[in-house]
Design a binder for this molecule. Structure first.
Ligand code: PEP
Ligand code: MN
Length: 349
């Protein structure tokens, strides 16, 4: 940490800072310039509150942190990119991992038919919400445990791992009995007790970015999960709230290279919740892969116009299978891969 004193500060004010640093058992290294004095603080641990404490002391102009607040999610102590396998699907490897499926699990027929269609088109993991966070309490809020059972049936029939949202610590055991990856939704991205509890549950966690979360806050939220001993965290950018009303959210494509520079964790893009409109989903998906995303989460529904949630942003089976070969081409352009099945090629022809 560096404490920058005001120009022409009275020496006793700098001394007070130095005395406080020494009283904490830390090293103080003042540099006295012609016009300005700066004091370097070295040693560990620097109390997390010291930055705030010094920033309001008389004579202090600015306090600059040198070490990062996030530790486990950053590259400093983890120089390898995080890669792990979920039922044979590699996350964070050269292959772009695709999660696809309905916003909500509505019925066995709807979920199993979607699972089969997205798998044939090249998706690896089935998504579907059983516990749904809805903006209005009067909207469809999911089938609950029955939804989880349906996801398990779809996994049984297709072999695809599943990802589904958990909204509260009370549901972790229930959801954990079925899911392969816990999804933490945007609205719960800073629910720190939930993050800690899900971190203890022993399964990978996909953490969506909160609606107005800064990137460092997002990493610190992931830090809560990792601090419980869970190294398997995926970050998912799903658009943030801006002043622009013509899209549901604004996809922050730049978050991908910025996070890749800050963290070893795999980063996914969810173009569906960013766009809010299905016509925009392909462009955002391709942009995410071009920017360096490790995977995508895309909503797909057998009959989007009749979906119980997020129909406007859900792709039809045909739209999804026309998209995956395009994703494969963009992936190749950025030295990644996506293997699409025969189903996808047929639909794209
Ligand atoms: C979802 O994935 O259906 C969802 C509710 O996402 P988000 O938390 O990003 O809004
Ligand atoms: Mn949704």
């Amino acid at each position: 940490m560096i404490v920058i004193m005001e120009p022409g500060v009275a020496p006793e004010k700098t001394d007070a800072i130095i005395d406080r640093i020494k009283a904490l058992g830390l090293g103080a290294h003042p540099i006295f310039g012609e016009a300005q004095t700066i004091v370097g603080v070295v040693g560990t641990p620097i109390p997390p509150t010291l930055e705030d404490e010094f920033s309001v002391q008389p004579g202090v102009l600015q306090v600059v942190r040198v070490s990062k607040k996030y530790k486990l999610t950053g590259w400093d102590f983890h120089p390898e990119k995080t890669q792990f396998t979920v039922r044979g699907v590699v996350i964070g490897g050269p292959e772009i991992a695709i999660m696809a499926g309905p916003c909500s699990v509505e019925s066995e027929e709807q979920t199993v038919s979607t699972a089969k269609a997205v798998k044939a088109a090249g998706a690896h993991i089935l998504r579907g919400g059983a516990y749904k966070p809805r903006t209005s309490p009067y909207e469809f809020r999911g089938l609950g445990r029955r939804g989880l059972e349906i996801l398990a049936i779809a996994r049984e029939e297709t072999g695809m791992p599943i990802v589904t949202e958990v909204m509260t610590p009370a549901d972790i055991d229930d959801v954990g009995e079925f899911t392969d990856i816990f999804q933490i939704g945007a609205r719960n991205a800073q629910n720190y007790l939930l993050l800690e509890e899900v971190g203890k549950a022993g399964k990978p966690v996909m953490l969506k970015r909160g609606l107005s979360m800064m990137l460092e806050e997002w990493l610190l939220a992931a830090e809560y999960v990792m601090a419980q001993g869970n190294p398997h965290v995926i970050l998912c950018e799903r658009g943030i709230r801006t002043y622009e009303p013509l899209t549901r959210n604004t996809l922050d494509v730049s978050s991908v290279p910025v996070i890749n520079g800050m963290s070893h964790l795999p980063v996914f893009i969810d173009p569906s919740h960013a766009a809010g409109k299905r016509a925009l989903v392909p462009a955002l998906a391709l942009a995410g892969v071009a920017a360096g995303a490790d995977g995508l989460m895309i909503e797909v529904h057998p009959s989007p116009d009749h979906a119980l949630s997020d129909g406007a942003q859900s792709l039809t089976f045909d739209q999804f299978s026309a998209l995956t070969p395009r994703i494969a081409r963009v992936a190749a352009a950025v030295d990644r891969t996506l293997t699409v099945g025969n189903g996808a090629r047929r639909a794209a022809d």
